[in-house]
Design a protein around this ligand. Structure first.
Ligand code: COA
Length: 325
């Protein structure tokens, strides 16, 4: 059986910036609180007419170029999002059309902020069984379009971005091991409503919009620290490796304090991780590919290095994988 390896990465960050001074001007907050409680200084915001498929295309095109393949070579497009342009068609089909991946099957899926890592794991299944050769994974969200800018507890956290990876069948080592899971008993901890007319849920939202993100921050935080550390530890154990073998851990960037507590539980120090939270905030599933792309393109990791990607998200979900570059 072939191995599945990431051979190309891409990302896209919208131009417009909301810094902490801007957040101070719209809600009762301040730079000191946001920095101390979250680590966030700035977040990027999509233009009014810029949607998930628009930013997904940009990240996908960079990843395909980086991989040195043609769009026609892609067999499958997996797109992780919680802010789709449409309920149907999928964003993946729109992206397929725009990038010219005419031979691909394309679909969206929702594992919230764990979505990119789950995509790598799903692609690994299709590739190692010999079903597909090239899989494009995209994580793209415009969370700011579902953000309640009257709710200071959530609006300071979110930004928009897209990240993408091309995975291919190869004899070289690629995905070494993974761990993933869900705890649906926490499904009420972070919500955004579609059709459901749940008056209790709608009343929680200051702006009264159903699709706005509402979150029980403390509950999510408690889940996140344990889920990320334990999932990463289990993936490493399955690989027969320890953190000493790992060049870099790329964690989901929801809150600096979550990452800090999770790495303490893993028993590693901050020099083994990459942090982008200060620049972009929480951009959902794209946090991991955006940070990973930055680590690769700036030379922080090189070919042959082993890396852990680990995330958690609404659902509640978590996923980790150990890969070799
Ligand atoms: N500015 C100033 N004060 C704020 C504030 C803001 N932006 N947001 C909340 N506060 C206030 C609260 O109203 C509360 O005030 P009170 O003590 O007078 O009631 C106080 O700060 C503490 O609030 P609390 O919710 O306990 O803070 P916290 O330390 O839990 O931090 C979060 C809040 C949201 C930053 C944190 O819970 C978090 O990051 N949770 C996880 C979020 C996450 O990961 N989500 C995405 C999952 S993918």
């Amino acid at each position: 059986m072939a191995n599945a390896k990431i051979i190309g990465l891409g990302s896209y960050i919208p131009e417009k910036v909301y810094d902490n001074a801007y957040m101070e001007s719209i809600v009762d907050t301040n730079d000191e609180w946001i920095t101390r409680r979250t680590g966030i200084k700035e977040r990027h915001v999509s233009a009014d007419d810029e949607y998930t498929t628009d930013i997904a295309v940009k990240a996908a095109e960079e990843a395909i170029k980086d991989a040195g393949i043609s769009p026609e070579d892609i067999d499958l497009i997996l797109l992780a999002t919680v802010t789709p342009d449409y309920f149907t068609p999928s964003c993946a089909c729109v992206v397929q059309d725009k990038i010219g991946a005419v031979n691909a099957m394309a679909m969206d899926y929702n594992a919230a902020c764990s979505g990119f890592v789950v995509g790598v794991i799903m692609a690994d299944q299709f590739i190692t069984t010999g079903t597909y050769k090239n899989v494009l994974i995209i994580a793209a969200d415009v969370l700011t379009k579902a953000t309640d800018y009257k709710d200071r507890a959530t609006c300071v956290l979110f930004g928009d971005a897209a990240g993408a990876a091309v995975m291919t069948a190869t004899d070289e080592p690629g995905v070494i091991s993974f761990d993933m899971g869900s705890d649906g008993s926490g499904h009420n901890a972070l919500t955004s409503l579609a059709f459901r007319n749940d008056s209790e849920e709608i009343e929680k939202r200051i702006d009264g919009r159903k699709e706005t993100i509402w979150m029980a921050g403390q509950a999510v935080m408690k889940f996140a620290v344990k889920a990320m550390a334990d999932s990463s530890n289990r993936a490493l154990e399955k690989a027969g490796l320890t953190y000493d073998d790992i060049a870099l851990v790329v964690p989901h960037q929801a809150n600096y304090r979550i990452v800090d507590s999770a790495i303490k539980r893993m028993g590693i120090s901050e020099d083994k991780i990459i942090l982008t939270i200060d620049k972009y905030g929480n951009t959902s599933a794209s946090c991991i590919p955006v940070a990973f792309n930055e680590a690769v393109k700036t030379g922080r990791v090189k070919k042959g290095d082993k890396v852990v990607l680990v995330g958690f998200g609404s659902g509640l979900t978590y996923a980790a994988c150990v890969i070799q570059l």
